[in-house]
Write a protein that binds this ligand. Structure first.
Ligand code: SF4
Ligand code: SF4
Length: 473
């Protein structure tokens, strides 16, 4: 990918900031109250000029940025993207090239972890994407693809309806036959990517609205069942409920819950994300729980940010804040309360893959590792380049299949190099992306969510349940 967007705004020199110079020092952007007229952004929450001014152009974020790792282009680094935001605030109109560089960002937030100056890139890219969706005219093909994705993925019922035809295709081998023809790939690489990511579907496992704790009750928790998690990985939700009750928690499963709005929030669909957030707050409010437990990293990171998402809504601002305070990733709550259920041995080696929205966005790294290491017989292995995204990133691997595939293959090589028998992660998107990349690598291994491993240990199921299934591709 090449940079075509950088117009020189400083006489006779490189328009980009020099090392050590803050973006704020480059033209009074910190003092800029509102975007300049004619520029890329309107007045409704433009990228925050003070946050942009925090960037000192040190470049520490560059090695952890997957798109910079792929292309080595400044404008496909966090620093470059922030610079483009500054240009937009100063009066540069929103160009196709600017949008291309912002679109190429995976939103993995590795740069937030790496930045020594505390630059809040997560807030900046979300503000920018909201503006892009308001002001950038996408091509008909892009609109149709995004329309399809958002008409499907945030709707658990529609996803569940897809299960029947998908299972039939998988059972008859039609999916593999279709893949071999390459027809879908020629028609649309994006649709082909969507098809190839679909996991092997098991039986549906609906959860009742209320599940009692085993033994003494230590907390009442509400469980988010999720859209993709609920439809494609129902076994993860069942395992979560079993582990929570075994650890002394009553589990409430609000039946009226829908999408948390994560995909919408991460893709500039601000109003849609706010609508989903309001409905989820309503659904869990009536359940009166101590905690809201999430087993999908992308959902958890968005739900923890509901206070900011609904800050301007007087009817929901306070409720959103108290809701967000209760949100915990399932590994956090289990680590916080400590174990009471006995663990049975699992004699196997496990490579743990940090989902970006768990590690970079929520700072949850130690808890899942502690839970896994506490299982007798289990050997935990670390993956090289752990901070680098696997390429899943919400809908990124559908919209940008080529770079996503490159990142997936790089991640798979690092996972295979650990020699582990099972790959464990905590996000349905990562599971689908890594499963597909591992299958391409030709080194079959078991795949599981962290909670499924804990469940197998508590139930005494043995390591055999994680044996790799025969390659289906
Ligand atoms: S969020 Fe990820 S892809 Fe985007 S700029 Fe930061 S490190 Fe790069
Ligand atoms: S590490 Fe932080 S301050 Fe340094 S260039 Fe990246 S975003 Fe800017």
């Amino acid at each position: 990918m090449t940079d075509t967007s950088s117009n020189d705004t400083r006489a006779g020199g490189d328009p980009r900031p020099r090392q050590g110079e803050t973006l704020g020092e480059m033209g009074g952007i910190v003092d800029l109250g509102m975007p300049a007229p004619g520029g890329a952004f309107d007045d409704h929450n433009p990228p925050d000029s003070a946050l942009i001014g925090d960037c000192v152009h040190c470049g520490f974020c560059l090695p952890t940025c997957p798109t910079y790792a792929l292309w080595g282009e400044e404008m496909d680094s966090p620093r470059g993207r922030i610079y483009l935001m500054k240009q937009g605030l100063e009066g540069e109109p929103m160009t196709d090239s600017m949008v291309e560089h912002w679109d190429a960002c995976l939103g993995c937030m590795a740069c937030v972890t790496a930045c020594p100056s505390g630059v809040q890139y997560d807030t900046l890219i979300e503000q920018t994407r909201n503006q892009v969706e308001r002001h950038h005219e996408r091509s008909a093909g892009e609109k149709a693809l995004r329309g399809l994705i958002f008409a499907l993925f945030p709707h658990p019922r529609r996803l569940r309806l897809m299960r029947g035809p998908l299972r039939a295709m998988q059972a008859t081998g039609l999916d593999r036959a279709l893949r071999r023809t390459g027809l879908l790939e020629r028609m649309s690489p994006q649709l082909a990517a969507m098809e190839s990511l679909a996991p092997r579907l098991g039986r549906p496992e609906p959860l009742p609205p209320y599940i009692d704790a085993i033994g003494q009750r230590r907390a009442v928790v509400g469980l988010l069942t999720g859209c993709v998690q609920g439809a494609f990985f129902p076994g993860v939700n069942s395992a979560t409920a079993r582990v929570l009750r075994a650890e002394g928690m009553d589990v409430v499963v609000p039946q009226a819950q829908g999408c948390c709005g994560a995909l919408s929030a991460h893709n500039g669909r601000e109003e849609e994300a706010q609508d989903y957030a309001r409905r989820l707050v309503d659904a869990f409010d009536v359940a009166r729980v101590d905690y809201v437990v999430v087993n999908a990293a992308g959902c958890g990171s968005t739900m923890k940010e509901y206070a900011a998402l609904l800050a301007d809504d007087p009817a929901y601002a306070e409720r959103a804040r108290s809701f967000a305070d209760k949100v915990r990733d399932v590994s956090e709550i289990l680590d916080e309360l400590g174990p009471v259920a006995p663990r049975h041995p699992l004699e196997m080696s496990v490579a743990y893959h940090d989902a970006c929205h768990l590690s970079h966005a929520q700072g949850v790294r130690a808890q899942p590792r502690r839970l896994l290491e506490a299982i007798p017989g289990l050997e935990l292995k670390e993956i090289a380049e752990a901070e680098l995204c696997c390429g899943s990133a919400g809908i990124y691997n559908i919209i940008n299949p080529e770079p996503a595939r490159e990142l997936g293959d790089r991640k798979a090589a690092n996972i295979v190099a650990t020699g582990a028998q099972v790959l464990v992660t905590a996000n349905p998107g990562c599971l689908m992306q890594v499963t597909s990349a591992i299958e391409r690598s030709g080194h079959p291994m078991g795949m599981a969510h962290t909670i499924e491993v804990l469940d197998a240990s508590i139930q005494g199921a043995g390591a055999g349940v994680f044996a790799p299934t025969p390659a289906a591709r």
